[in-house]
Design a protein around this ligand. Structure first.
Ligand code: TXA
Ligand code: MG
Length: 318
């Protein structure tokens, strides 16, 4: 069921049930992070491999001390500046948090979502919420309550509707490897903004999640029909234009039906493009087409996270 009732969401979560929650990035599939059984239900419903850890969501930063052992100075600085917001920090966990949340890793991913309804919900609860994106494993992340319902309605007792996600692309994940700040996933907070505060950061190419299994989860955020990235004008001659969908940055491409094309931002605005990205992929995936051709956007600011998602959606693996 889709609804806006915080009390319903609260009582389900307190009973160890799952609730889909809105955030500014994408919708999450939440459970009490301290309840092992509830957390295992997340993996089951999403069909998520047990080695892929979950992000822990809190309402205010001080709560991190319940389950984190220490906070490096640059992490503290970033938290002060960018939380709530599209930033997730990897920090050493303590024993309060069940190992299933971090898939056995000694590090926990933490973030404070910047969404009013979910903030209110977190303040009503006396536990943090473990939540991955609310999509079946490997598929495109949901940016509306309806997206969640389209795939998980039968499997999730309640979907809290907070409207469309205003950022539309997942959080940036930053951790520390031998003390070096390292971006594990490009996302809604740009690398430029992070580097302006703490200096240069290292980038993990395609490190999605599991340090022991680098690259394994490369195919992610993927539509059902194949997606290919490149310069659309160059790729197009190889395909039937009536059976091809286009995901383009600013301008419609002549020769392909307009209804098969998604323009991410006519004005070339990265924030607007990010907001439209996953809904655009879903729309094209829902048409009766053979392939989606997606053109990378300029590799700067939020454009880097957008290109990352396009690349992963194109990865034909697993
Ligand atoms: O914006 C977001 O981050 C959204 C909203 C719902 O908060 N969440 C999200 O969760 O994107 P998910 O599970 O779809 O992606 C989280 C990523 C995964 O690639 C996971 O492997 C990684 O974070 N991750 C989580 N905990 C980790 C940990 N302890 N160490 C390394 N990677 C971790
Ligand atoms: Mg996800």
């Amino acid at each position: 069921m889709i609804g806006k009732d915080l009390q319903v969401a609260k009582s389900l979560l307190e009973k160890g049930e799952l609730v889909a929650i809105p955030t500014e990035t994408v919708y999450g599939l939440a459970a009490n992070a301290y309840n092992e059984k509830a957390v295992s239900e997340i993996y089951r419903v999403k069909n998520r491999p047990s080695f892929d850890p979950l992000i822990v969501h809190i309402g205010r930063w001080e709560q991190v001390n319940e389950f984190v052992r220490e906070i490096p100075a640059p992490a503290q600085k970033l938290a002060t500046l960018f939380m709530p917001g599209p930033l997730t920090l990897l920090l050493p966990k303590n024993e309060r948090l069940p190992d299933i949340v971090t898939a056995g890793s000694p590090q926990v991913a933490v973030r404070i979502p910047n969404h009013l309804l979910t903030q209110e919900l977190l303040h009503l609860l006396d536990f943090p919420l473990a939540a991955p994106s609310a999509n079946p494993f490997g598929y495109i992340s949901p940016t509306t309550a309806q997206h969640v319902a389209d795939q998980l309605e039968e499997r999730v007792p309640y979907i809290l509707d907070g409207g469309p996600c205003i950022i539309g692309i997942e959080s940036t994940i930053l951790g520390f490897e031998d003390g070096i700040p390292t971006v594990y996933r490009k996302g809604g907070l740009t690398i430029e903004m992070i580097e302006a505060e703490i200096g240069p950061v290292a980038l993990k190419p395609y490190s999605t999640s599991h340090p022991q299994a680098p690259g394994m989860l490369q195919s992610h955020y993927a539509p059902r029909i194949p997606l290919k990235t490149g310069i659309v004008r160059e790729l197009l001659p190889g395909f039937d234009p009536n059976r091809t969908g286009l995901l383009v940055f600013r301008h419609l491409v002549p020769g392909v039906p307009a209804a098969h094309q998604v323009v991410l931002s006519e004005n070339g605005d990265f924030a607007e493009a990010a907001r439209n990205l996953f809904a655009g992929m879903r729309y094209l995936d829902g048409l009766d087409l053979e392939i989606i051709l997606a053109e990378p956007v300029p590799e700067m600011g939020l454009g880097r996270a957008i290109n990352d998602r396009l690349k992963r959606a194109a990865a034909q693996e697993g």
